[in-house]
Design a protein. Structure first.
Length: 155
């Protein structure tokens, strides 16, 4: 994956209040797809879509499907997949894991794989997740504790 990603994105109060929780998450996930570069081996072929897995958050998945319809990211269509276990996430490039109880199992299963993990729990990046979404008063933001680097096995 790309050598460095953002350490902060934010929606100001007026932008965030006009958008639903689900819409804001969908916007972030789509923007991550546009700004991350995956190794060629992460795709079955050059025309394969970027697959965004959403763990047990069907409202976010449905909003994401609406938001990405007809759009692409770096020449790849976007596909959305609802998942409930790490095995269900086979073929995903991004996995959004809002359930803190499930996050450790997903993160462990994805070690060494070119899968961008996004979550919301307070210690998400400390347990190995890549990007933590959080809300600060009337702002939604993103945090990553360090630049994202490809893992040796994901190249």
């Amino acid at each position: 994956m790309g050598a460095a990603l953002l350490t902060a994105f934010a929606f100001s109060g007026n932008d965030a209040s006009a958008q639903s929780y689900e819409k804001i998450r969908a916007i972030f996930l789509y923007n991550f797809a546009k700004h991350v570069e995956w190794p060629d081996t992460a795709f079955s072929d050059a025309k394969a879509p970027i697959v965004i897995g959403v763990v047990d958050a069907s409202k976010v998945a449905k909003e994401l499907e609406r938001s990405v319809r007809g759009k692409d990211a770096n020449g790849h269509d976007i596909a959305v997949k609802e998942v409930s276990s790490p095995a269900d996430a086979d073929g995903c490039h991004i996995v959004y894991i809002p359930d803190k109880a499930k996050a450790p199992a997903f993160i462990e299963a994805f070690q060494g794989k070119p899968i961008l993990t996004v979550g919301e729990q307070s210690n998400f990046t400390e347990i190995g997740g890549m990007i933590k979404l959080f809300e600060k008063t009337t702002r939604s933001a993103v945090s990553s504790t360090s630049p994202l680097r490809p893992t040796p096995d994901s190249r």
